[in-house]
Design a protein around this ligand. Structure first.
Ligand code: 5CA
Length: 157
């Protein structure tokens, strides 16, 4: 059975004209490594959908599975003075999804979004579809449009 959380993601993609194929993997896609293994792709092509609190406000950060976010670069991109990673409760309350399945779209409310420019080099990337078992493929350009993200350099060197 496809859970409601996946339906939320599909509906959000459809609303911006993206017909995504959502795939379910019983073995699990909870982490970028799990997802890469399940899909037979590289960790770099897995999108991590991370929530940070920028001066206390939730923002969405989409980053390649092989990169870490440079908090200084994120502060510069957002103009925030303090950036902290959201804890599990804050992630759920900002997005309506639990860690391990947080998608880049379909959140409870629209979040300011930033996409790591490194993702733009791939033809296709893969993101969580609302559960720790579901992912979808999307072009980086469609992901930018669907999430309303700004593409910036966020990679920790
Ligand atoms: N489904 C996979 C691949 S798409 C996925 O959701 N990956 S993820 O990277 O976007 O989500 C896992 C991320 O959640 C980890 O990279 C980590 O940054 C974050 N995370 C894991 N546990 C916690 C925690 N207890 N508190 C805050 N963040 C956490």
């Amino acid at each position: 059975m496809i859970p409601l959380r996946v339906d939320r993601v599909r509906a959000a993609l459809q609303a911006v004209g993206v017909a995504a194929e959502i795939a379910e993997f019983p073995a699990g896609t909870r982490t970028a490594e799990d997802a890469a293994r399940a899909l037979g792709t590289t960790v770099a092509q897995i999108v991590k959908s991370l929530i940070f609190l920028a001066d206390g406000r939730a923002i969405l950060v989409l980053v390649s599975g092989s990169n870490r976010v440079d908090l200084g670069k994120l502060a510069a991109a957002t103009g925030a003075r303090t950036i902290v990673k959201a804890d599990a409760d804050a992630v759920r309350s900002a997005t309506g999804f639990a860690i391990g399945g947080v998608p880049p779209v379909g959140h409870r409310r629209a979040l300011p979004a930033f996409l790591d420019r490194d993702l733009l080099q791939y033809d296709l990337v893969y993101a969580a579809a609302g559960t720790p078992r579901a992912v979808f493929s999307i072009t980086p350009e469609a992901l930018l449009r669907a999430s309303g993200a700004q593409a910036v350099d966020l990679r920790e060197e």
